[in-house]
Ligand binder design. Structure first.
Ligand SMILES: Cc1cc2nc3c(=O)[nH]c(=O)nc-3n(C[C@H](O)[C@H](O)[C@H](O)COP(=O)(O)OP(=O)(O)OC[C@H]3O[C@@H](n4cnc5c(N)ncnc54)[C@H](O)[C@@H]3O)c2cc1C
Length: 457
């Protein structure tokens, strides 16, 4: 076979789902069976569950940015950029490269795995003043930002300025928000010892959520254990509360409290990547409505998975259940989609995806953790062992495993130096600046762009 006749498989997104899919395609397909192309803005797969540990300085950013090119079977063509629209009719994916060049990438099979972005609401000031915890740049930015609040509070003699710099608000009582608040509180608690001019009692962390329970997926007992750990550390947890408005130096809670703060971290859920809306296809709460084989009904050669797709959860009794947006599902779906793409290529039947949740692990920093692997409730050191063991095993390359283990050991033995790098100082830092949510085309713009390009060819 020559290049022209080889089927083109295009994978969009190099996260848990996309990378597992690509690696399996590389392993199982003969080189002349198909061309595999991957569209990704970054040169790494981000291990998101460990982001709070990057923000708190336990891990360096590089240790959770796993190389895409370190694989024995590596042969995928990588386009450095983001997909900004997909035209299902002409089978074209419109890509903006990292140099802002617009490229039309034609495909025979497309695997959509662009993940999710931070879910926001129409709350005054939220998108201007909140930080998210979804990208490596955000985690590194937040770390610098928190340390700079200590530096500036230390240098200031103004009590009002000190108060606003030393209070921190995290919104979202799911595992991401809880881990973020817990890990960052540990950072400020340890760092303040190096700031003799700061009264430690002025440092206050708030964790708030509109839901009545913290991490409901952990169950009542472990949720309560997590609350006790946070309370012991002085973190103020408020449930049934959200943000009414946010400003540069204070936030107002829905219960009327006004908290002086310059740090609002928003982790109140995710929504599918805006790329999904460019398809103009059916969605379930923003996620692309696919069947259990992870194909888009009525379309030839379109697969979607991970956080961006509503994959039926066949392990649950409820026939309307969809898989939760977790790495656990995304990784397994990635492998399964690769098998289904190969089956399609070879004219074999596709198989439905099914996976029973293995549970959740929550690292609250130090020896504090709560975990529920396979339904077994763990607290303290056994829970921490399960949490770190699980993440360590799930890291894709041995080099990443060594980096993470070395960082954990070094941090446990020598602590943190609380160094502010300043790499992103004075740069705009709003949610959309990190997550590029305004980069996408509308379905009409995609169509017009593709038709225009077709006429020029
Ligand atoms: C702080 C935090 C903690 C978490 N902890 C856990 C945990 O403990 N356990 C668990 O199971 N899950 C956890 N999750 C959830 C888990 O990380 C996600 O469910 C998982 O990453 C989803 O995988 P994915 O491949 O769909 O998306 P992602 O892993 O997010 O990958 C999407 C990829 O697509 C890229 N991309 C985005 N847009 C485009 C585009 N337009 N074009 C091309 N590429 C694009 C992104 O850069 C990214 O590389 C956590 C999430 C967060 C934020």
């Amino acid at each position: 076979m020559n290049d022209v006749t080889r089927p083109r498989i295009l994978v969009v997104g190099a996260g848990f789902a996309g990378v597992e899919c690509v690696r399996r395609l590389e392993r199982k397909l003969a080189p002349d069976e198909a061309d595999v192309t991957l569209v990704t803005p970054f040169a790494y797969q981000l291990y998101l569950p460990l982001l709070p540990q990057v923000a708190s300085g336990v891990l360096t950013p590089q240790s959770i940015a796993v190389s895409l090119r370190r694989s024995k079977k590596y042969r995928t063509r990588i386009i450095p950029g983001g997909a900004i629209g997909v035209d299902l009719k002409s089978k074209v994916c419109v890509v903006r490269t990292i140099t802002d060049k617009i490229v039309n990438e034609r495909y025979d099979y497309i695997v959509l795995a662009p993940g999710s972005v931070t879910r926001t609401f129409d709350i005054p000031g939220l998108t201007e003043h909140a930080f998210g915890m979804k990208t490596l740049a955000e985690a590194a930015y937040i770390r610098d930002h928190v340390i700079s609040q200590l530096d500036l509070a230390d240098a200031s003699d103004d009590p009002a300025e000190r108060a606003s710099r030393l209070q921190f608000v995290v919104v979202g009582g799911g595992y991401a928000g809880t881990e973020t608040a817990a890990c960052l509180q540990k950072l400020t608690h340890a760092a303040v010892k190096r700031y003799p001019r700061i009264d430690p009692s002025l440092i206050k962390w708030h964790l708030i959520d509109i839901a009545p329970k913290l991490m409901p997926e952990m169950g009542d007992k472990l949720g309560r254990s997590a609350m006790e750990i946070l309370a012991r550390r002085g973190i103020d947890v408020s449930l049934g509360v959200s943000i009414a408005k946010a400003g540069p130096e204070e936030v107002t809670f829905t219960d009327g409290r006004v908290v002086p703060t310059r740090t609002l971290i928003w982790t109140a859920g995710v929504v599918a990547s805006p790329l999904i809306a460019t398809l103009g296809a059916e969605t379930v709460r923003g996620r692309l409505a696919v069947n259990a084989e992870m194909t888009l009904p009525g379309q030839d050669g379109v697969f979607a998975l991970g956080d961006s797709a509503a994959v039926p959860d066949r392990a649950k009794d409820d026939e309307n259940a969809i898989c939760p947006p977790t790495a656990q599902h995304a990784m397994r779906q990635g492998k399964h989609v690769a098998d289904n793409v190969i089956a399609t290529l070879r004219g074999k039947p596709l198989t439905p995806y099914e996976h029973k949740d293995l549970g959740l692990v929550v690292d609250l920093g130090g020896t504090d953790a709560v975990s529920k692997p396979l339904g077994i409730e763990l607290r303290g050191i056994p829970a921490q062992f399960a949490a770190r063991g699980y993440h360590w095993m799930a890291l894709r390359t041995n080099v990443a495993k060594v980096r993470v283990a070395t960082n954990w050991t070094l941090n446990a033995l020598a602590g943190d130096d609380f160094v502010r790098t300043g790499f992103q100082a004075r740069k705009a830092a709003r949610l959309k600046d990190f997550e590029f949510t305004d980069a996408y085309l509308t379905p009409e713009q995609v169509r017009a762009h593709v038709e225009g390009a077709d006429r020029e060819e």
